[in-house]
Ligand binder design. Structure first.
Ligand code: F3S
Length: 303
């Protein structure tokens, strides 16, 4: 008899969940709505949202007349919100409050800004776009880049400056950046703006994996945060990595689960929608043929 347990932090983080709910509600009230860029990097969730009337567009200029635009959790540059405002476009800002906090920090700072993050990531582009002086901003991917930047003496050693991190920046890379920054700059103020959602998901995954006979990790094959969850789980038990559950086969499960009972844990990456996690739970219940599976199927049949 197996007990199937899904990690509470599996799937969307607070900020993405919030943005998706805002878009769903707006589409329900107005018939449709448009998001500036895709709300989430997950094709099936985008397709699900489109069925509900939530459509992604690339530019505010593509917004059909009379419709509402949603700014996604990553946030955007100030020039973008100014443009939307000047055009009189109806807009709901679903920027994650943790990202908005970084916008607030950099927009208030009169000194140069170092951002630890990926310069091509929409969140970082948005943060750069809230800095007072774009010429006095440096985005570094890691401590090596920070080291090189410091050696070029872009910012004088003793001048005041601040450093923030992309919310999803890797925490050990961040610690190295802090060390390098403190070595080169004597008057630097560092704001730890890494969001705890990723760390919490990883911690809970590890705790669950430790007491599980098998872990099922759900997420896109190219999702690095899901791969990380699989890697963490693997330290404690065998792991099945699945995109949506359809590729889980019974033979592989029974091979990995020689024990007659125990806990099977389910965790999921940050871009995995709740309905996919539920579907994987259902598939696992069915495969393991426990009562939970039968109950769940009975519920599905009733609907
Ligand atoms: Fe998500 Fe917001 Fe954190 S979008 S990862 S809760 S910064």
């Amino acid at each position: 008899r197996y007990n199937i347990e899904t990690a509470k932090s599996a799937g969307f983080c607070f900020g993405v969940k919030r943005a998706v709910e805002i878009a769903e509600k707006t589409a329900e009230e107005n018939g449709s709505c448009y998001t500036l860029g895709e709300l989430i990097h997950n094709g099936s969730e985008i397709a699900r949202l489109q069925k509900l009337g939530v459509y992604p567009i690339d530019s505010p200029d593509d917004l059909p007349q009379g419709r509402t635009l949603i700014i996604r959790s990553h946030g955007v540059a100030k020039s973008v919100t100014d443009y939307i405002h000047d055009k009189g476009i109806s807009c709901i800002d679903a920027t994650c409050p943790f990202v908005a906090k970084i916008h607030n920090i950099v927009s208030k700072s009169e000194c140069p800004v170092i951002i630890a993050g990926d310069p091509d990531h929409p969140e970082v582009i948005g943060i750069v776009g809230h800095c007072r002086n774009p010429d006095e901003v440096s985005v570094v991917r890691d401590s090596d880049e920070l080291e090189k930047m410091a050696e070029l003496q872009k910012f004088p050693r003793q001048n005041a400056l601040i450093m923030v991190a992309q919310t999803t920046f890797n925490s050990s890379k961040w610690q190295s950046c802090i060390q390098v920054a403190k070595k080169h700059y004597t008057n630097i103020t560092i704001f730890d703006t890494i969001c705890s959602a990723t760390a919490e998901r990883q911690k809970e995954t590890e705790e669950l994996a430790r007491r599980s006979a098998l872990m099922v990790t759900v997420g896109g094959k190219n999702s690095s945060n899901t791969a990380k969850l699989a890697q963490i789980s693997q330290k404690h038990c065998p792991v099945i990595f699945t995109q949506d559950g359809s590729d889980i086969d019974k033979a592989a499960v029974s091979e990995l689960l020689p024990l007659q009972g125990g806990t099977v844990g389910i965790t999921a990456g940050a871009s995995t929608p709740a309905y996919i996690i539920k579907e994987v739970h259902r598939i696992m219940s069915e495969i393991l043929n426990n009562e939970e599976g039968f109950d769940f199927m009975a519920e599905v049949d009733k609907t």
